[in-house]
Design a protein around this ligand. Structure first.
Ligand SMILES: [Fe+2]
Ligand SMILES: [Fe+2]
Length: 182
């Protein structure tokens, strides 16, 4: 099932899916499943999270939700392990440089419009110096960070939930045993 973080919706059955259905199963985007991102997730899942929440936010405010969804899926389109790449190349400004790499990869493989280009190229602003041109670009700057925070805390939240369920189960068992004894 295609799901975004902190959402129970099956994205294939959501209106969102219409905006990305022609690109999401491409080899290039599926390849992102092979790369770890933000420690606890894959680059594919991170891109899907950003794409979906970008779409929801832009839809709500009547911005270009289709461009936001598509560019969200393509904004981190690079095919290497970030840490290994930095170690090998010694590149210190990968944080501001990877949007250029993602835009080049996206432009070579997909047809993208001027809003989508701006979103991809400046999603790390202010690390990328040029100012965003569109409202949708400011949206991804926020949504990308929001998703990164959720992805970072997701493993701790599920650990907390598991512990809570375990305690609940133990308490239920205690009540059952007490009832049987009575
Ligand atoms: Fe990025
Ligand atoms: Fe990102």
């Amino acid at each position: 099932m295609l799901k975004a973080i902190c959402s129970k919706k099956n994205l294939k059955e959501h209106l969102y899916f219409k905006a990305v259905e022609d690109i999401i199963y491409s080899d290039e985007i599926q390849q992102l499943k092979n790369f770890q991102h933000h420690l606890s997730t894959t680059r594919f899942q991170h891109s899907l999270n950003v794409s979906y929440y970008n779409y929801l936010f832009c839809k709500k405010f009547n911005f270009n939700a289709r461009a936001a969804a598509r560019a969200g899926l393509l904004h981190d389109l690079f095919f290497y392990n970030r840490k290994e790449y930095i170690r090998k190349t010694g590149e210190k400004r990968h944080i501001g440089r990877h949007p250029q790499i993602a835009l080049q990869n996206a432009s070579e493989r997909f047809e993208i419009n001027h809003i989508e280009k701006d979103i991809i190229l400046k999603h790390m602003w202010p690390f990328t110096l040029a100012l965003p041109k569109y409202k949708e670009t400011y949206v991804i700057i926020l949504i990308d960070k929001y998703c990164a925070i959720m992805e970072f805390f997701a493993p701790y939240l599920s650990m907390f939930k598991r512990k809570k369920n375990k305690v609940k189960k133990l308490e239920m068992n205690k009540i059952k045993t007490a009832t049987l004894v009575e």
